[in-house]
Design a binder for this molecule. Structure first.
Ligand SMILES: C[S@@+](CC[C@H](N)C(=O)[O-])C[C@H]1O[C@@H](n2cnc3c(N)ncnc32)[C@H](O)[C@@H]1O
Length: 290
């Protein structure tokens, strides 16, 4: 595994016990994560959009009855519940307690039992090799330090187990939207790694490195209903952590710049809008831990 995104010091923990970062005293992104925890609470509004992708990701991995799955950054539990309904023994972890409340409701409605944890993908509260499968749907990509998050996901995965995740390619809608938003705000200090880098197969291969074998990719498309690009943007302003933060900041400091951002956002969305849906293409990655 490369260390190019990791500024945390020793990250060779694939065989050592416990999390590699103690967020209580060493995490330079503690304030960033505290803010994320607040803002992601509004993601409930998107849960039904990611539900079909969850089915796709679970099928991409394949469930064997009794397999121990970890859904990292599980949000409202769409992947966790999907895998559990197919016979997996599932644990879900997320930073945002409000989303876990909803995840518990989904598990109860779906008639499955899941072990839910509030926590950080960069400091997983599980022992080495606990799981047969570790997955994340548009989740671990938001960890500020990819190398730390990946080392943790691999640490808790047994040898021969499967790691798999869904991510947004940088050159397509969501990746371009992240880049647009980044243009309109000064980078936080310290700066988190860009989430869309996880959507580039070359970067994914480099990050996974020698820790895995049999790396495979697939692609798919999520459709988000909207009446117009402006409708889509207004919903994003209300429900997307990154966009909500940006709009709040620009509204307070530079309303003209906020108007320009909104125009640019609508123009970008228009490129992917048609038939009252916005096309959001994603990448799936799957690999086996050596
Ligand atoms: C786009 S949502 C995806 C949720 C869910 N996996 C789905 O597909 O519907 C991103 C999720 O990542 C979670 N998240 C962000 N940073 C995290 C971190 N450092 N550790 C754990 N979860 C995190 C958020 O709380 C949120 O639930």
């Amino acid at each position: 595994m490369t260390r190019r995104d990791d500024d945390s010091g020793d990250n060779d923990t694939t065989s050592g016990p416990g999390p590699i970062v103690d967020p209580r005293d060493t995490d330079p992104f503690g304030a960033f994560k505290a803010a994320q925890k607040q803002r992601w609470a509004s993601f409930v509004a998107f849960e039904m959009l990611t539900t079909p992708v969850a089915a796709r990701l679970v099928r991409f991995v394949g469930v064997a009855p009794g397999q121990r799955w970890l859904d990292v950054a599980c949000g409202t539990g769409v992947v966790a519940v999907t895998a559990a309904r197919q016979g997996a023994c599932v644990t879900g972890l997320d930073l945002t307690p409000d989303l876990l409340v909803r995840a518990r409701e989904h598990a109860a409605i779906g008639g499955v039992s899941i072990d839910w944890h509030e926590g950080d993908v960069e400091a997983l509260p599980f022992g080495d090799g606990t799981f047969d499968v570790v997955v994340s749907e548009f989740g671990h990509i938001f960890a500020p330090r990819p190398a730390v998050a990946l080392a943790e996901m691999l640490r808790v995965l047994r040898r021969g187990g499967t790691i798999a995740f869904a991510s947004w390619p940088p050159e397509l809608f969501m990746g371009r939207m992240f880049a647009l938003a980044a243009q309109y705000q000064p980078p936080p200090d310290p700066a988190p790694a860009p989430p869309a880098a996880w959507g580039d197969p070359a970067i994914v291969r480099e990050r996974l490195g020698e820790a895995v074998q049999d790396v495979g990719f697939d692609r798919g498309r999520m459709h988000t209903p909207a009446l117009s690009p402006a409708h889509y943007r207004i919903r994003a302003e209300q429900t997307s952590a990154a966009i909500a933060r940006l709009v709040e900041t620009l509204a307070a400091t530079d309303p003209d710049r906020l108007d320009r951002f909104r125009r640019d956002y609508d123009a970008l969305t228009a490129e992917y809008f048609g038939g009252n849906v916005v096309r959001q293409d994603f990448l799936l990655t799957r690999a086996t831990k050596r």
